[in-house]
Design a protein around this ligand. Sequence first.
Ligand SMILES: [Zn+2]
Length: 322
Amino acid sequence: MAPAITGAGSVTYRGRLAPSPTGYLHLGHASTFWIAQQRARLQHGTLVLRNEDLDRARVRPEFVVAMLIDLAAFGLQWAEGPDRGGPFAPYTQSQRLDLYRNAFDQLLAAGHLYPCTCSRQDILQALTAPHDLGDEPVYPGTCRPESPVAAPRAAARVNWRFRVTDGEEVTFRDGHHGPQRFVAGTDFGDFVVWRHDDLPAYQLAVVVDDHAMQISEVVRGADLLRSTARQLLLYRALGLTPPDFFHCPLVTDAEGIRLAKRHDALSLRALLAQGRSATEMRSWLASSRLEALPHARLDARAAPSDNLNAICRKTAAPGTND
Ligand SMILES: [Zn+2]
């Protein structure tokens, strides 16, 4: 059975910006967040800022400060967030660990999880097929038990994986990209929900938070389409109704590579310091005239007509999956 894919159908639109303070935010983040803000405004909704700071090795306090300053300088305004509080506080993931633990315990008790001691190297060596470099490899099942078990929580530092049903289709309608279909066991495998450093993995934290913060539409980059399939399985396993999803075209560099925090020249901080105004940057994005920037363009998944303003107004075609 496919997971429920219909959105929350909430009358009150709640969207979110969910940056990670692991570096300076760049034009790609700004593009996605701008779309998120416009969509919230068009629906007279509320925009939430959530600080996704669970990457202990790379998060730095100065990046948190820079993130808030640079996003505001770009013209983003959020009603709830770590800097201004709100009804769903705290808005910083490292302060929400109890919520994630509860969800983890629920999944564990229901037999969805098993401990995995494989290193990344182990997994790469066990792969029989090449994997998509843009996504984590399909887990070869080395540690997967014969049948689902309610495993005891081991003291050892292991990764905990969510067991998928091989061959199951996960479908949903994306607000921008339309109908989506992924096959568990082929397009993605058993995925980590709790890390060996005793922190929740991205997939679990984001599901718990989007539900707890009553987010009605998740707007994020198209690189996360496949993760949405994983997350829909978590929503179902936790007995939660998923929000709607809207995945934005990615801003890439001149070689077509998705912008990363290493593209310092395209960080908001650098562009603002060069005297580029937020209005100017927004107009580049709105017209998709990123050739105004020496190193950026929208990726091939964006049709020529997909300028930023059109994307903001896009509504999911009526109809349901399944
Ligand atoms: Zn393993």
